[in-house]
Design a protein around this ligand. Structure first.
Ligand code: PLP
Length: 356
C-alpha cells in the first residue's frame, strides 16, 4: 500500500459560522496532491495545506486544455457521523474521463484511500444544517511546460474540499429552458462522456444567450440530427411520460451522471418503469400535446433534482405540470437527500462512513 504523506497546517481554520456558504468559495485547510511523470508513474501522494501552487505560463493545460475533474459530496448526519456518497462510482468515472483525455490511469483504491483520509482529517468542515454538504473536487491536468502539441509526460492531481450551503434555499423553483438550436454540446466520438473543462467552456456562450433571452438553462440536442435530446445545462435530463421515466441512453455524447444512475436505480426499485433510449424533442412536444408529459427534471450532484417548468423550442413554449414541481420529482429529491443526510436508511449502500 502506497503511503500517503501528511503535512498539517500550523493553525487549523474552521467552518464559516452563521453566514451563507456560497458554492465553491470556501476551502478546507488541506488538500490531496499527487504527481505523475512518464517512466515513474503516479508518485508522491500527499495531504498538504491548501495553497497556491507554482504554474509555468507554458503549462500544457493552459494552452491545450488537457484536464478532467469530478464532483461529489460528503454529509453530516444528525448523530454527528460523516458520510460520503458513492465515492467508488465517482472515482471510477474519473478514470473513464482520464482515458478519453489521454491522461494516465490512476489507482482507484489509492484515490479512494486518499479521499477518505483527507475527509477524516477535515471532518469538522462538513456542515450539518439541512441541505448543506462538503463538495469534493478531484481534478487532474497536464502540467508539463512546453508549447508543442504532444502527449504530456507530467501531470498533477488534486482533491480540494469546499463546504457548501443548501442549493435550494426556499424549496424548488422549476426552471425555464431554451431548447438550443444553434450551439451543440458534444458529439459521439468527442468528449461528451468525459467530465472535462472543455464541455463547460463550450456551454458558456449558449448559456449567456439563453440568460439574455430570459431562460434559466439550455437543453442540448444531438449534433447530427439536431433532434434527439442529450442533456440540460450540465445535468442529465429525465422525462416522465404516462408513468414511465425516460432518459437519453448513454450513447457516447452524454455524461453518465451518478445522480442519473441513482434515480434510475430508485425508479426500478420502486417498480416505476425507467427506460434509457433515444428520445426526440418532437416526441416530448407530442407527449405534451396529448397531455401525457407529466414531469421533466434535470439530475446532477449539485442540485440533485432540478424540476423543469417550461420548454421553449424554436419559439414554441410548453408548460409542464403548470410550472409546478411534480410529485415524482419531489419524491426523488426527498429520498436521495434523505439518504444523504441520514434521515432515510441506506438500503442501497450508497453511503460510506468517514471514520477516524
Ligand atoms: C457532472 C455532469 C453531469 C451530472 O453528473 P452527476 O454525476 O450526477 O453529478 C451531467 N452532465 C455533465 C456534462 C456533467 O459534467
Amino acid at each position: 500500500m502506497t503511503e500517503i504523506a501528511l503535512t498539517k497546517v500550523a493553525k487549523a481554520g474552521s467552518l464559516p459560522a452563521g453566514q451563507e456558504l456560497v458554492f465553491g468559495k470556501n476551502f478546507t485547510d488541506h488538500m490531496f496532491a499527487m504527481n505523475y511523470l512518464t517512466g515513474k508513474g503516479w508518485y508522491n501522494p500527499r495531504i498538504v495545506p491548501y495553497a497556491d501552487f507554482p504554474a509555468n505560463p507554458a503549462m500544457i493545460v493552459l494552452h491545450y486544455g488537457q484536464a478532467i475533474f469530478e464532483g461529489m459530496k460528503a454529509f453530516r448526519s444528525a448523530d454527528n457521523r460523516a458520510w460520503v456518497f458513492r465515492p467508488y462510482d465517482y472515482l471510477s468515472r474519473f478514470n473513464r474521463s482520464a482515458k478519453l483525455l489521454n491522461i494516465p490511469q490512476m489507482d482507484v483504491e489509492l484515490n479512494h484511500t486518499a479521499l477518505l483520509k483527507l475527509l477524516a482529517l477535515e471532518k469538522d468542515w462538513i456542515p450539518g444544517k439541512p441541505g448543506t454538504s462538503l463538495y469534493i473536487r478531484p481534478f487532474v491536468f497536464a502540467d508539463e511546460s512546453q508549447l508543442g502539441v504532444k502527449v504530456a509526460d507530467s501531470y498533477k492531481m488534486f482533491i480540494i474540499l469546499s463546504p457548501v450551503g443548501a442549493y435550494y434555499k426556499i424549496g424548488f423553483k422549476p426552471i425555464s429552458i431554451k431548447v438550443e438550436d444553434k450551439y451543440v454540446r458534444a458529439t459521439i466520438g468527442g468528449l461528451g462522456e468525459a467530465k472535462t473543462p472543455a464541455n463547460y467552456a463550450m456551454s458558456l456562450a449558449a448559456q449567456q444567450d439563453a440568460y439574455a433571452e430570459g431562460f434559466g438553462q439550455v437543453l442540448w440536442l444531438d449534433a447530427v440530427h439536431r433532434k434527439y435530446i442529450e442533456e440540460v445545462g450540465t445535468m442529465n435530463i429525465l422525462f416522465k411520460i404516462k408513468g414511465e421515466v425516460i432518459t437519453p441512453a448513454l450513447n457516447g455524447s452524454i455524461l453518465g451522471g451518478m445522480t442519473r444512475k441513482t434515480v434510475l436505480e430508485l425508479c426500478r426499485s420502486w417498480g416505476v418503469k425507467a427506460t434509457e433510449r433515444q428520445i426526440s424533442i418532437e416526441e416530448v412536444f407530442d407527449a405534451h400535446a396529448k397531455g401525457e408529459l407529466e414531469e421533466v427534471f434535470g439530475s446532477g450532484t449539485a442540485a440533485v433534482i432540478s424540476p423543469v417548468g417550461e420548454l421553449t423550442w424554436k419559439g414554441q413554449k410548453i408548460v409542464i405540470n403548470n410550472n409546478q414541481t411534480g410529485a415524482f420529482s419531489q419524491k426523488l429529491f426527498d429520498y436521495v437527500t434523505g439518504v444523504q443526510s441520514g434521515k432515510i436508511a441506506d438500503q442501497f449502500n450508497w453511503m460510506e462512513e468517514i471514520k477516524g
